[in-house]
Design a protein around this ligand. Sequence first.
Ligand SMILES: CC(C)(COP(=O)(O)OP(=O)(O)OC[C@H]1O[C@@H](n2cnc3c(N)ncnc32)[C@H](O)[C@@H]1OP(=O)(O)O)[C@@H](O)C(=O)NCCC(=O)NCCSC(=O)CCS(=O)O
Length: 276
Amino acid sequence: MPRLCSGDYLSGSFCLTEAGAGSDPASMRTRAERSGDGWCLNGTKQWITSAEFAGIYVVWAVTDPEAPKGKGISCFLIEAGSDGIQVGPAEQKMGQRGSATNEVHFDNVRVPGSALLGRLNDGYRIAVSELAGGRIGIGSLALGIGLAAMDYATRYTTERQQFGHPIADFQGLQWMIADRATELEAARLLLMSAADRKEKGQSFTREASMAKLFASEKANQACYTALQLLGGYGYMQEYPLERLTRDVRITTLYEGTSEVQRIVIAREILKEYRQA
Ligand SMILES: CC(C)(COP(=O)(O)OP(=O)(O)OC[C@H]1O[C@@H](n2cnc3c(N)ncnc32)[C@H](O)[C@@H]1OP(=O)(O)O)[C@@H](O)C(=O)NCCC(=O)NCCSC(=O)CCS(=O)O
């Protein structure tokens, strides 16, 4: 942590996803086998944010293949310079091109026993609980993009003249502005509520998924509307809507798709009813 906070490490990377283990990370195939006092890791992680800049990787690997699904996974902290780690080139993405996304290969990477984070075979719980916190972050990112898009487009409607009027005078457009503003405000309140619960040490899994689901879907809709308000200009790279619309698209996918958020929300609600 001190090296991450001081900037000695430009970033850390969260290495969970694999080619065959995206929405279902417990089906991962990366293995960590005992090697003397330590561990030897083999496998490939996919779509890892900032891997090419990372000083340290948080890596999940199967440590007990005989255990029931999700019960034999452990979490390791691995220094970027370790022998056997290879980082692939940055992926060519639709958006968020300011953020590098790489594959990370672990080929007989040997780490000491002290690299184990948390308890042996209890790593999957660390992954899912960290994802819940991350969802507040991605929801907030989505909200920021949605607000920026609508801010730009709303100002544009007051300046753009058609049919002898600023287009903001037309009720059809006013309703679009009103609906998006209402949805983004609701998203903001859901995010604040989830963050507040997290900060107070209360359970927040359900609230984080609700906030991420709603904020990312509504931010995508906001970018669509904002581009529509600019008409053909919105489609041009010269204007910011083209980039915002590409950047926002990933927010309903990463840190868990909208469909995964619905699984989490439904499970959390049903848990209460089943316990009653
Ligand atoms: C779809 C899933 C929610 C399904 O989960 P699973 O069925 O595989 O696992 P669970 O049984 O729900 O949970 C396992 C275990 O952990 C406990 N748990 C669950 N949530 C929490 C929590 N918030 N805090 C603490 N503990 C929690 C749960 O009770 C279980 O414990 P027991 O076994 O009962 O003891 C899940 O697979 C899922 O979320 N999938 C989506 C994965 C995802 O979001 N991937 C994104 C990867 S990161 C990314 O995209 C960004 C790139 S990067 O950062 O570089």
